[in-house]
Design a protein around this ligand. Structure first.
Ligand code: FE2
Length: 186
């Protein structure tokens, strides 16, 4: 896969998400998906167009080329795998989505595959429901505050992960649209 910036990968992923939801991707929809201003999108779309990853027509909006779509699907797959894993270990939903969006760019394919296998294994093997229940109990028993690094700019995670425990079953279902997340670009 072509070596792109995180920002370019985020745009391709956002264009794919918007296209899947609406059937097309207008600049304003991409801007809303990424929580940026439309002129910022226009500028990036122009770059992606020059790289042969999207085409931009005034009335049709932004369309992924086959190469752009391939890259977007890889990023989306990585995001969904990581979000499923973080949700499985009971990271709160908004944090899981935000962190999946950071991790999706950096982890090796081998790590992503092993995480995928782990999520599938936990979700399908009999007996793992009990394991998860015991893990939730373990989290609840932990009362110490979560250490936060000085450079961390996220929000709302200064609580024990046990706060995320809701007793729901693990799932490999795609997380779908990630509402309420911090998608500010890095
Ligand atoms: Fe993402």
């Amino acid at each position: 896969m072509r070596n792109l910036s995180r920002k370019a990968e985020d745009y391709l992923e956002a264009i794919l998400n918007v296209s899947l939801e609406k059937g097309y991707a207008k600049t304003k929809d991409i801007a809303a998906e990424l929580s940026v201003r439309p002129p910022t999108v226009v500028e990036m779309v122009r770059k992606l167009d020059a790289m042969g990853l999207v085409t931009h027509r005034r009335y049709e909006g932004v369309t992924l080329t086959s190469e752009g779509r391939n890259i977007a699907e890889v990023i989306k797959y990585r995001h969904e795998t990581l979000q499923a894993f973080l949700t499985l270990i009971r990271v709160p939903e908004a944090t899981a989505s935000r962190d999946a969006c950071i991790m999706e760019h950096e982890l090796s394919p081998n790590t992503i595959e092993q995480i995928r296998h782990f999520v599938e294994f936990i979700g399908t093997e009999p007996g793992n429901t009990d394991l998860l229940r015991r893990f939730e109990d373990f989290c609840r028993s932990k009362q110490e505050p979560v250490p936060v690094s000085p450079g961390y700019r996220g929000q709302g995670t200064l609580q024990s992960p046990a706060g995320a425990v809701d007793g729901s079953q693990p799932s490999m279902a795609p997380p779908g649209r990630r509402n309420g997340r911090d998608r500010s670009l890095r």
